[in-house]
Design a protein around this ligand. Sequence first.
Ligand code: ADP
Length: 176
Amino acid sequence: MPIEIKTGDITKERVCAIVNAANSSCMGGGGVDGAIHRAGGPTILKACKEVRRTKYPDGLPTGEAVATTAGDLPAKYVIHTVGPVWGRCGDRCDELLANAYRNSLKEAVKLGCESVAFPAISTGIYGFPAERAAKIAYRTVREFLREHSGLTVVFVFHSESSRRIFESSIAPISNP
Ligand code: ADP
């Protein structure tokens, strides 16, 4: 399975698209979102404003994804998606997180990308339990890749400890 797991800064990934764990305003924020806008420069925000003006005047709904330029980043595109806020997603938390991954993957395919890198969506400020998020992320990506050969997915963790949590959480489900 073309899945890579690594520790690092997603803004440095030389892939076709990196995914941003954005908020519905799409106007930047903290965490990985802030890092992407800082490293990518103002053209990303400009493109996000255009997305808000044209496609999503009320903001990007949770679980949806939209692509913009990656500005000065080594990637070509940033795919902005909004994960669920733990504690505010009722009984739809798992489904909404899976949607965020799946819709981002669909955007990557639409863009003709062969590689896409994900941060651990919703597990920072949005408070989604990391172990649970890991299983959902892995299952959703694996299922998508079964029908889209030629796409490589990189999971990028900001710390060794979050990478280890991911790996141990998916261990029981990663063997065929
Ligand atoms: P959310 O609001 O969806 O929870 P956050 O940005 O707060 O998003 O966190 C998502 C994950 O991204 C967290 O695990 C956080 O440690 C991680 N993260 C933060 N900065 C970076 C970065 N530069 N590269 C990769 N991952 C990052």
